[in-house]
Design a binder for this molecule. Structure first.
Ligand code: VG1
Ligand code: CO
Length: 544
């Protein structure tokens, strides 16, 4: 038995898990004891049963391998019997969720800062997922934060680094460390869920696509599934090799950072479908030939058609969306006679609904969609569901969108991000906004009159836990709205997110330009929050 080494330490400020785990600059994580304190705090809170299994994987970004080796030794010292780690230290977030569930692990450490850039001067992150495969709920993350504030020691063993590149088993102390193929279990699951024959047939009839893995984790998954199993032409997956710095780009699948893909899809030689995923593989971007689909619309369109996919036939029990996500999905739920749940931002809030069978499909406006097949959002899953639907219905993306809007109407939608604002100024903006809440009703901003304004609070219908302070909503009399919240994933200053939405019925203007349709909401948001006055910014950094 290898001896357990006890290392004394002192707490670090600010190890609060945010919307999706602890995210900081790599330089911060490189301080002695920084990662170790956080990981030990996780183990102290979740108290693994002796012999329990732990999954460890990451998105391959800079610093991934270092923390994986630390985490393996610490898991051995903390009594885990088995550690499953993806080959090369790679596991996409949805694949990690699946592996936790499939092998009955007690939980997992996912090392990722998702869509944030990577490299020595960029971002890193650590997140803990529980036995259902999903992000730890707030009760657990609050306990982890409390633990980081009083931690005095962490445990490790003296052992050589594990060879992460060779499949197979090694032993460290009393712990078996298994390096597993990160792709095969996940690819097999996708094959169980979707009608691969129908997709293969469409490919055989000339259906084409381009998948941009953005030099991030989904490359190997997309190549195996799209090119090897579904028969798309070699070269369909671009930027398919995971790089530690994502080639110097932000692995964020939106119209700014995936602009090359967007340009191809708007051009004369566009394939039938364009798609991309983010750093850790849980987000998706969907663009048809000449038609961008907003994530909120994608959720609604997928929900409306999900029963086409074999694993979902007769199984849609409910839809869930985060509060800032547009209400397009609500209209689908209503038409299909299933409930629609509105949760705070962050996938952790969907876990209970999925476990209880109350929701089958979930989504966020930030390009996240997923279902009860795992407990994370899942980028490739969304792409495959789109492919399955398009293949079976024999329809293009643009036509599907038009047909959808002609039935349900259209929720024009945009998100404006003001990034890296000084934290004090952002806090000042939010404080003032909260103070104004009670007096906003009845006030007029251009042609819009405020019907109601509040600070969103969520009561979980399964465990009755309450999460307060989840975003400011201003609802106008015409049914349109603006929402304000501060990001919980950034690593520099504060990011203000402003969400804008306006509904047009099927009989209204359903084929207009989004910016023009949201003109009054944009002006109202500026006036209500005093964005320029507080932040000094005259325009958002990113519009999605
Ligand atoms: C953002 C998104 C949120 C998403 C979260 C994690 O959070 O808005 O919808 O769940 O990122 O996604 P925030 O607090 O910055 O708005 V991922 O793909 O970065 O793990
Ligand atoms: Co992500």
């Amino acid at each position: 038995m290898t001896d357990i080494v006890t290392v004394p330490t002192t707490p670090f400020e600010g190890q609060a898990p945010g919307t999706s785990g602890l995210r900081k600059k790599v330089r911060v994580f490189q301080q002695p004891n920084y990662s170790e304190n956080f990981i030990q705090s996780v183990f102290d809170v979740v108290k693994p049963q002796p012999g329990a299994a732990l999954v460890i994987g990451g998105d391959g970004r800079f610093h991934n391998r270092t923390v994986i080796q630390q985490a393996i030794r610490m898991a051995a010292a903390n009594g885990y019997g088995r550690v499953l780690v993806g080959q090369g230290g790679i596991l996409s977030t949805p694949a990690a969720s699946h592996v936790i569930r499939k092998y009955g692990a007690s939980g997992g450490l996912i090392l990722s800062a998702s869509h944030n850039p990577g490299g020595p001067e960029e971002d890193f992150g650590i997140k803990y997922n529980i036995a259902n495969g999903g992000p730890a709920p707030e009760g657990v993350t609050n306990a982890i934060l409390a633990r980081t504030r009083e931690i005095a020691l962490w445990l490790t063993v003296e052992a050589a680094d594990v060879d992460l590149d060779t499949l197979g088993e090694t032993t460290i102390g009393g712990t078996t460390v298994e390096v597993i193929d990160p792709v095969s279990d996940y690819a097999d699951l996708m094959e169980e869920l979707f009608d691969f024959d129908a997709i293969r047939k469409a490919v055989g009839s000339g259906f084409t696509m381009r998948f941009d893995a953005m030099s991030a984790v989904t490359g190997p998954y997309a190549t195996e599934i799209l090119e090897n199993r579904l028969g798309f032409a070699p070269g369909t997956v671009i930027n398919g090799t995971p790089l530690e710095d994502f080639g110097g780009h932000h692995p964020d699948p939106n119209l700014i950072h995936a602009k090359d893909l967007y340009d191809v899809m708007m051009g004369p030689d566009a394939p039938d479908l364009g798609a991309a995923s983010d750093g850790d593989g849980d987000r998706n971007l969907i663009i048809g030939r000449g038609r961008f689909i907003t994530p909120s619309d994608s959720l609604a369109m997928l929900a409306a058609n999900i029963e086409i996919a074999p694993a979902y036939r007769g199984r849609l029990t409910g839809i869930a969306r985060s509060m800032p996500t547009s209400a397009a999905a609500d209209r689908v739920a209503e038409a299909l006679g299933v409930p629609c749940f509105e949760t705070p931002t962050g996938w952790k809030f969907f876990g209970n609904l999925l476990d209880a069978g109350m929701a089958t499909i979930c989504g966020e406006e930030s390009a996240g969609t997923g279902s009860d097949h795992v407990r994370e959002k899942d980028g490739l899953w969304a792409v495959l569901l789109w492919l399955n639907i398009l293949a079976v219905r024999d329809i293009g993306v643009d036509q599907l969108a038009r047909t959808h809007w002609a039935r349900f109407g259209r929720n024009y939608y945009a998100r404006h991000d003001y990034e890296a604002i000084e934290s004090d100024r952002a806090a000042g903006l939010m404080t003032e906004l909260k103070q104004r809440l009670t007096s906003l009703a009845g006030q007029q901003f251009g042609p819009l009159t405020v019907a109601r304004a509040d600070n969103f609070s969520y009561s979980d219908p399964v465990d009755q836990s309450v999460s307060e302070n989840q975003g400011i909503r201003v609802l106008f009399e015409d049914g349109s709205r603006v929402v304000f919240r501060l990001s919980g994933t950034g690593t520099q200053g504060a990011t203000l997110r402003v969400y804008l939405e306006r509904y047009e019925p099927a009989t209204g203007h359903i084929d207009q330009e989004t910016g023009a349709m949201l003109e009054h909401q944009i002006a109202a948001a500026q006036e209500i929050a005093g964005i320029t006055r507080h932040t000094g910014r005259i325009a958002p950094d990113v519009i999605t």
